[in-house]
Design a binder for this molecule. Structure first.
Ligand SMILES: C[S@@+](CC[C@H](N)C(=O)[O-])C[C@H]1O[C@@H](n2cnc3c(N)ncnc32)[C@H](O)[C@@H]1O
Length: 375
């Protein structure tokens, strides 16, 4: 073997080594981010109102000076992964140039919201979602994935915690709150574009948000389309004691048994929680809910539809890292519940099997698409 050939092979193997290390250490980036959130670093940078030097950051965090270099290293990784950035600045004229940390678009979404005003509560913010995903209750099951493959439990969560996730949430109010806050924080992102969906919601008079959680989706929809009446339909322990208004109602129940009559059934991040067999059962309940409303109204069958916000896996169209995130969600659905992420063809099969005739996909919610499905 000549030297060039053996160097070529070595290069390939070193490249593979770097690839393996990058992936087996992915968790180090998420744990470092979790540490920055735990310490409250995004808020300290935000409140500083100009770039913050490492010494100022150490002082604001009340850390011993001996931790300066360690914090700098943590920040270096998080700058590399685009959670912070570093910029040169002058504090005052004639002063030496300094370097200071600033927030990026991503860390602005991870600020702790200390302001309780209604307006600031509605700003997009993903800190509760990050807190849920990095919580030990959701991190632990990943250690049991291999064991689950060889066992009989329906989810990895159950192998790890001895009970399915929805039951666990029912029995643990702290986790239930963490979960519902996380879902609500994810929903706030919807408010960025929902007002542009006149074609979709403009002609809908009544809407039932199935698996609607605390009702934030419904509130966002009502803000953009106040002519509608919305019913948030979820498990009884989720909707108990929620405050209703003239056009916002809460109903506790089980979507596998019956869904309240309505023009439109809305699902966000719900159907990906369930197996194909269960999705078809839920969709059939939706069809009945729409049909009952049609019969009551003596309608012409034009209003009824489903509006689904969920992921559509498209390896040909999406950028590599978007597909990777969707595939990670797919495994997450296997770990936590019995669901999955689906391609367009996989969704279509379920819609047709449940008796719906046509559908339209609009990819407007970032990782998620909006799907309208018609009887
Ligand atoms: C992943 S969360 C999504 C919450 C909300 N749609 C959102 O976008 O933030 C799924 C929701 O489905 C609800 N759920 C689970 N099983 C249900 C059932 N059998 N009937 C009604 N809702 C159910 C859960 O309580 C939870 O609120």
């Amino acid at each position: 073997m000549d030297l060039n050939q053996s160097l070529g092979e070595a290069d390939e193997l070193f490249e593979a080594q770097a690839h393996i290390y990058r992936h087996i250490f992915n968790y180090a980036t998420s744990m470092s981010l979790g540490c920055a959130l735990e310490l409250g670093i995004p808020n300290i940078i935000h409140d500083h109102e100009r770039p913050i030097t490492i010494q100022e950051l150490v002082s604001k965090l009340n850390l011993p000076i001996t931790k300066t270099l360690h914090l700098q290293r943590l920040m270096r990784l998080l700058i590399h992964s685009k959670f912070f950035s570093i910029t040169k600045f002058h504090d005052q004229e004639n002063e030496d140039e300094k370097e200071g940390y600033v927030l990026t678009v991503a860390s602005k979404l991870l600020l702790k919201n200390n302001n309780t005003s209604e307006n600031s509560q509605n700003q997009p913010n993903l800190l509760p979602f990050a807190n849920l995903i990095l919580d030990p209750v959701l991190m632990t099951p990943w250690q049991f994935l291999g064991k689950w493959f060889n066992g009989n439990e329906s989810t990895v969560f159950e192998t790890a915690h001895g009970t399915p996730m929805w039951e666990f949430a029912n029995k643990n109010p702290g986790f239930n709150e963490l979960f519902n806050d996380a879902m609500a924080s994810d929903s706030r992102m919807m408010s960025l574009v929902v007002k542009d969906c006149k074609d979709i919601f403009g002609s809908v008079d009544s809407l039932v948000d199935v698996g609607g959680g605390t009702g934030l989706n419904a509130k966002i929809l009502l803000e953009a389309f106040p002519h509608m009446t919305c019913t948030v339909f979820d498990l009884p322990h989720v909707v108990v004691n929620k405050i209703e208004t003239k056009n916002l109602k809460y109903v506790g129940g089980d979507m596998f048994c019956s869904i309240p009559s309505t023009d439109a059934v809305f699902f966000k991040n719900v159907l990906h929680n369930w197996s194909d067999e269960n999705v078809v059962k839920i969709l059939k309940q939706c069809k009945e809910a729409i049909q009952r409303k049609e019969d009551d109204d003596d309608g012409d069958g034009k209003k009824g539809k489903l509006v689904i916000i969920d992921m559509v896996v498209d390896e040909n169209q999406d950028r590599h890292e978007i597909t990777e995130t969707k595939l990670v969600f797919d495994i997450l659905m296997m770990v936590l519940v019995t669901g999955r992420e689906r391609t367009k063809n996989e969704w279509e099969k379920l819609f047709l099997e449940a008796g719906f005739s046509r559908y339209k996909i609009t990819p407007i919610f970032g990782l998620r698409s909006l799907m309208e499905v018609f009887p």
